[in-house]
Write a protein that binds this ligand. Structure first.
Ligand SMILES: [Ca+2]
Ligand SMILES: [Ca+2]
Length: 149
């Protein structure tokens, strides 16, 4: 699942739902969520990295609607505590290269479905060194058959 962020303005946001489906005959006890990403600073490069001002919101069970995630259970603070600096906001940079183990999402065998809503918001206080910059983020879901993994 890939999210591309291009031509964002401060305070702009986008949200996407990722569907999870277990068609196998083995129960999935938990799902780890990892992130890799790249930054592009193409025009008049000034070493800005857009990922420092992209704030992530991760909501298992949430629904994407008008750039926001509604419903579900927001686990952004828990992820920031695990992989970030514990200030309760989660930048794309903080999560990049890490894996959060794990989402509170058991997925029984036999065709059960679940989903995760991911919202990206550009920090409203971001300066204009980020104009023209873009970022690519790839979220990686890893199923574990038992919770000790
Ligand atoms: Ca943080
Ligand atoms: Ca720049």
């Amino acid at each position: 699942m890939t999210v591309n962020v291009t031509d964002f303005a401060p305070n702009e946001s986008a949200a996407q739902e990722i569907s999870l489906h277990n068609a196998a005959t083995v129960d999935i006890a938990e799902i780890a969520l990892g992130l890799t990403s790249t930054n592009f600073d193409p025009a008049d490069p000034d070493d800005s990295d857009l990922r420092n001002v992209l704030l992530l919101t991760i909501v298992p069970g949430g629904t994407a609607s008008a750039g926001d995630c509604t419903g579900g259970s927001n686990i952004t603070t828990a992820i920031d505590t695990a992989v970030g600096n514990g200030d309760s906001t989660l930048t794309m940079m903080e999560f990049t290269g890490d894996t959060y183990d794990s989402l509170p999402t058991p997925l029984p065998a036999g065709g059960f479905d679940d989903k995760v809503c991911i919202r990206v918001t550009m920090d409203p206080t971001a300066s204009d060194v980020y104009q023209g910059d873009s970022a690519n983020a790839s979220f990686v879901f890893t199923a574990h058959q038992d919770s000790s993994q």
